[in-house]
Design a protein around this ligand. Structure first.
Ligand code: DMJ
Length: 460
C-alpha cells in the first residue's frame, strides 16, 4: 500500500505540485480551490505510511507557498473545511508543527466569514480574501459536515467561537426534518433555505447532498467525549428513519433507496456506502442498538462489496439501480476512485476481524492497480466499469484518492495500532482527529481553559 501511496503522490508532485489535483493523463493540474489541496489532504497519510521525504516536501510547500489571504475566488466552504482544514489539523496533531496550526487558524478565520446568515447556517461558498459569499439554498451535507473540524480547531487554538459557529447548524436542523415511518424516526430533506434554516422540498438521500450530515451527528458526539447526548439522539432518530423508511431488500441484497417527492427511487450511490462503516462505529458505542446496527451494517457492506465484485473490472460504478426483476445494474458507470466502500470494509474488519473483509479489500485494491494506475505516476478514474479494456480513463486523480481510499486500505492491512479508534475520530475526509475532553462547550466556566487531551478506553 505504501508503494501505491508513493506512486500517487509522485505523479502529483511531478506534474501538478502546488495545484489542487492531478490530471494524470494530460499531466497538468486541476484547479478549483486554489489551495494545493492534494498536499493538505495527503499530509497525514504520508506520515502514517512513513513517507518522510514526501511529507517534508509537502510541509515545505505549505510554509513557503500556501497563501490563504490572497485566495480571491469564491470556494466551497464544505470542501475547503473537510479537505484543507481537516488535513491541516490532523497533520498538526501528528507532527506538532506550529506552521500547520497557524495556517489552520488563518483558514478558519477566513471561512468563519461564511457563517453570517440570519439562520446561522454557513453559506455554500466564500472568498477567502474578500469574504464575499454565495446566497440562497444550501445542502444538508454541506452545512452539517463542518462541525468536527471547527470543534477541533477551537480546542487547539482555544478560540471557542469556531466550535459555536459550526454547531449552530446542528441546532437549527434539529428544529426541522420530517417524520419517518417508525415512531421516533426522522429524516432530513437535502435542501435547506439558507436564510430561514427551514427544509425545502422532499428530496431525501443518504447519498450525495445528505450523507455526511448523518455521519457527523454520531462523530461529533464521539469527538466531544460522548457528553452532548442531543447529537446522539439526533443520530439515533436518523437511523430509525433510515431503517424504517429507506432500507429494502431484493434478490438477497439489502440496499438504501432515495425519496423524491414522496416517491421511492431504487437507486444507491457509491457515496451511500459510508453507511455500514458509520453504523458499525456507532454500534460499538451504543450498546442498546449494537446488535441491530451491526446486522444492518453487515448486510449493507455486502451489497457495497457486490457493487464492485459484479463488474467485469472489479470496480464499482458511481451508482446502481434495482430493476423491477430485483437485480442490480450500474446507472452511472464511472468510477472516480471514491473511498466509501473500502471505508466501510475497514470499519467492519476492525470491529469483527472476519478475514473476508481483508479479502474484499485486497480484491478491490488489485482492480484499482490493474485499471487505474498510470505508469508514469498517479491514478485515474474509469469512464466505464463494465468495460474491462484498459482504456477509458477520466484524467482525474481526486485528492480523496490518497487522503481516503488509500488511507483506508493502508489501515485495513496494518495492525490496529496504526490508528487507535478509541482516541481518534476519522472525519468524513478520513482525517483522524483526537477525541476532545474538557472543551468549553461541556460546561466549563472558562473557555480559555479549553484543553485537548486523549480520551482512552472510550469503547464500551
Ligand atoms: C469526500 O470528499 C468525502 O468523503 C465526502 O464526504 C464525500 N465525497 C468525497 C469522497 O467520495
Amino acid at each position: 500500500m505504501v508503494n501505491a501511496i508513493r506512486h500517487a503522490w509522485l505523479g502529483y508532485e511531478r506534474y501538478a505540485f502546488g495545484g489542487d489535483e492531478l490530471k494524470p493523463i494530460s499531466k497538468t493540474a486541476h484547479e478549483w480551490l486554489g489551495l494545493g489541496v492534494t498536499i493538505l489532504d495527503s499530509l497525514d497519510v504520508l506520515h502514517m505510511a512513513g513517507l518522510r521525504d514526501e511529507l517534508s516536501r509537502g510541509i515545505h510547500w505549505i510554509e513557503a507557498n500556501l497563501n490563504i489571504a490572497e485566495n480571491s475566488e469564491k470556494i466551497s466552504v464544505f470542501e475547503t473545511t473537510i479537505r484543507a482544514l481537516g488535513g491541516l489539523l490532523a497533520a498538526y496533531e501528528m507532527l506538532g508543527d506550529d506552521v500547520l496550526l497557524r495556517k489552520a487558524n488563518e483558514l478558519g478565520d477566513r471561512l468563519a466569514r461564511a457563517f453570517t446568515s440570519t439562520s446561522g447556517l454557513p453559506y455554500a461558498s466564500v472568498s477567502l480574501s474578500t469574504g464575499q459569499h454565495s446566497a440562497g439554498r444550501v445542502l444538508l451535507a454541506e452545512v452539517g459536515s463542518v462541525q468536527l473540524e471547527f470543534a477541533s480547531l477551537a480546542a487547539h487554538t482555544k478560540r471557542d467561537h469556531f466550535r459555536a459557529l459550526a454547531i449552530k447548524a446542528f441546532d437549527v436542523l434539529d428544529a426541522t426534518g420530517t417524520e419517518a415511518k417508525a415512531p421516533g424516526g426522522r429524516l432530513w430533506p437535502v435542501h435547506v433555505n439558507g436564510v430561514s434554516g427551514k427544509s425545502e422540498g422532499s428530496h431525501i438521500s443518504w447519498g450525495g447532498m445528505g450523507d455526511s450530515f448523518y455521519e457527523y451527528l454520531l462523530k461529533y458526539w464521539l469527538l466531544t467525549g460522548k457528553k452532548h447526548d442531543k447529537y446522539k439522539r439526533m443520530y439515533l432518530e436518523s437511523v430509525r428513519g433510515l431503517t424504517s423508511t429507506l432500507v429494502e431488500e431484493s434478490a438477497g441484497l439489502t440496499y438504501v433507496l432515495k425519496l423524491e417527492g414522496g416517491h421511492q427511487q431504487r437507486q444507491m450511490e457509491h457515496l451511500a456506502c459510508f453507511i455500514p462503516g458509520m453504523l458499525a462505529l456507532g454500534a460499538q458505542h451504543i450498546p442498546e442498538v449494537r446488535e441491530q446496527h451491526m446486522e444492518l451494517a453487515e448486510k449493507l457492506a455486502h451489497t457495497c462489496y457486490e457493487m464492485y465484485a459484479r463488474q467485469p473490472t472489479g470496480l464499482a460504478p458511481e451508482n446502481v439501480v434495482w430493476s423491477r426483476g430485483g437485480s442490480m445494474h450500474p446507472a452511472d458507470s464511472r468510477n472516480i476512485l471514491r473511498p466509501e466502500v473500502v471505508e466501510s470494509i475497514f470499519y467492519m474488519w476492525r470491529f469483527t476481524k472476519q478475514p473476508k473483509y481483508r479479502e474484499w479489500g485486497w480484491k478491490i485494491f488489485r482492480s484499482f492497480e490493474k485499471y487505474c494506475r498510470l505508469p508514469e505516476g498517479g491514478y485515474a478514474g474509469l469512464l466505464d466499469v463494465a468495460d474491462p479494456r484498459r482504456t477509458g480513463k477520466d484524467d482525474m486523480m481526486m485528492s480523496f484518492w490518497i487522503a481516503e481510499t488509500l488511507k483506508y486500505l493502508l489501515m485495513l492491512f496494518s495492525d490496529d495500532s496504526v490508528l487507535d479508534l478509541s482516541t481518534h475520530v476519522l472525519t468524513t475526509e478520513a482525517h483522524p482527529l483526537k477525541v476532545l475532553v474538557n472543551d468549553s462547550s461541556l460546561g466549563d466556566a472558562d473557555a480559555s481553559q479549553t484543553t485537548l487531551v486523549v480520551e482512552s478506553a472510550a469503547v464500551e
